[in-house]
Design a protein around this ligand. Structure first.
Ligand code: ZN
Length: 295
């Protein structure tokens, strides 16, 4: 068994027993995870919330379980866009530079941390989905709706979810190592901002492009973060420097477009990520103002 396979087997074994753990970058932390925010609660939600609430996309099962739709619902700002992948100490330690200070979009450490939080959140979400898919598969086997034979569709679905979680875990490891070594420049950022009449939307998302990288089992991932101040909304796409050639068309296409076209494309991307939320294509954490409509 080569090293990569060994790590993969170890990951699959551990993910089952350690989902309720802190995924801080410095090894195993046994502290209980908290509901950590993937969007700045104190600053961004302060600007976006109305009566302590924001609007978020939420999946809704309809037609007796046959269909899934995305609905927009009001949610308390303290509950919005949280994930349980970090303990309180590590959440504070890792993200204090972006939670306790104004974001300066020329500050590489802050931009790295914003993307890092999207990566952690996405990995955690994919791990939960993989585990959930396995439970459903096991139930299907019990009642004879699935088998343990190679090629069984439910088995394939479960394995695909685990492979996605594994890919996200390996991607998270790249960020972990860079964080510990303070090598924030391994991540590049494409960014722009626009003046708004009212702050409307905040996003923390991570998605991947369906592009095979030569000699690699990874795909290029992109973190998308959108956050407002009182007067302006900032949009930041973050990717590994080594992935620059693969993400170029995706990001430059938007950055080189007119402002109107750019915002149109951004809206399409955000809506696309919201709709495919549960289909595994991407993950979006979305805090939209209750004050106004979309951007
Ligand atoms: Zn911890």
């Amino acid at each position: 068994m080569n090293t990569d396979d060994f790590l993969k087997v170890s990951f699959f074994k551990n993910i089952k027993t350690t989902l309720k753990r802190c995924w801080a970058p410095n090894g195993i932390c046994h502290s209980k995870p908290i509901k950590a925010h993937s969007i700045q609660n104190s600053r961004v939600f302060e600007i976006l919330s109305l009566n302590g609430h924001v609007i978020m996309p939420k999946e809704k099962i309809i037609h007796k379980g046959e269909d899934l739709i995305v609905d927009f619902v009001e949610i308390g700002r303290n509950e919005a866009s949280t994930f349980t992948g970090l303990c309180g100490k590590h959440d504070k330690e890792l993200f204090s530079p972006i939670d306790d200070f104004e974001i300066d979009v020329s500050n590489n450490q802050q931009l790295f941390l914003i993307a890092y939080r999207s990566v952690l959140k996405k990995f955690h979400s994919l791990a939960l989905t993989a585990r959930g898919t396995e439970k459903i598969y096991e139930d299907q086997v019990k009642v004879g709706r699935a088998t343990r034979d190679l090629g069984d569709p439910s088995l394939n679905l479960m394995m695909n979810q685990y492979m996605l979680a594994w890919a996200a875990y390996r991607y998270k490891e790249i960020y972990d190592e860079a964080y510990l070594a303070c090598q924030y420049d391994i991540v590049s950022h494409g960014k722009f901002s626009f003046k708004h009449k009212k702050p409307t939307v905040a996003i923390s998302a991570l998605y991947w492009l369906e592009i095979a990288k030569p000699n690699s089992t990874q795909v290029p991932w992109i973190a998308l973060n959108v956050f407002p101040t009182q007067t302006e909304t900032y949009v930041v796409f973050s990717y590994l420097v080594e992935d620059a050639e693969y993400v170029k068309s995706e990001i430059e296409g938007m950055l080189n477009a007119s402002v109107k076209r750019r915002l149109w494309q951004l809206s399409e991307r955000i809506i696309g990520l919201s709709i495919t939320h549960k289909l595994g294509k991407g993950e979006v954490d979305y805090g939209e103002s209750t004050k106004t409509g979309a951007i």
